[in-house]
Design a protein around this ligand. Sequence first.
Ligand SMILES: Cc1cc2nc3c(=O)[nH]c(=O)nc-3n(C[C@H](O)[C@H](O)[C@H](O)COP(=O)(O)O)c2cc1C
Length: 196
Amino acid sequence: MKSQTNAVIQAIFKRRSIGRLKKPGPSEAELITILRSGAAAPDHKLTRPFWFVVFEGRAREEFGTVMVESLMKRAAAENFTPTQGQIEKERSKFLRAPLVIAVVAIRHRDIHVPDQEIISAGAAAAQNMLIAATSLGFGSIWRTGSAAYDTEVKLALGVREDDFVIGFLYFGSLDDGLELQPNDPELSAIVSVWEG
Ligand SMILES: Cc1cc2nc3c(=O)[nH]c(=O)nc-3n(C[C@H](O)[C@H](O)[C@H](O)COP(=O)(O)O)c2cc1C
């Protein structure tokens, strides 16, 4: 890692996607810190286009019903029959971590903000949450999948069809001794300097 660093920069590089996260999840106070970090993201025109839905404990199982119902509707519309394995996978998705936060970017009904900027603000909120959780010592992963684009799921989350599910963020503890390499890509492939 680069020598110039501080706690925020360390958390940025320490964050990696972890598929399976165990208990304990963030405490009530840590959850509030994570949510406040999300809400502190920038947004154009100050419409605060954020909607966060928290799932812990049994709520994760209960939302599995919504996930399965939406899968079945998609399957019917697209004319395929999900296997029992696919159905059970969908039902248990939120059980892969003790805490899941659905991050939704919502349209303002009166003030026009371009879609790109609503989604950008939502993504900034999601990333703020991941960095805050990393800094608090938790693992995380940002997931989407078909459910993120599904009208049934959006309505169940309390938003409208034309709002944007930015992702389902999973949070929890890592296996002891898990060593993760920082995600620190080579800059030459992605940076160009405009020579004045
Ligand atoms: C918008 C978005 C959606 C993602 N959806 C998924 C997903 O559905 N399943 C998954 O395993 N990872 C998902 N990821 C995580 C990426 O796979 C991961 O960030 C990428 O492989 C880089 O690895 P890192 O996060 O460990 O640096 C998503 C990331 C973003 C930004």
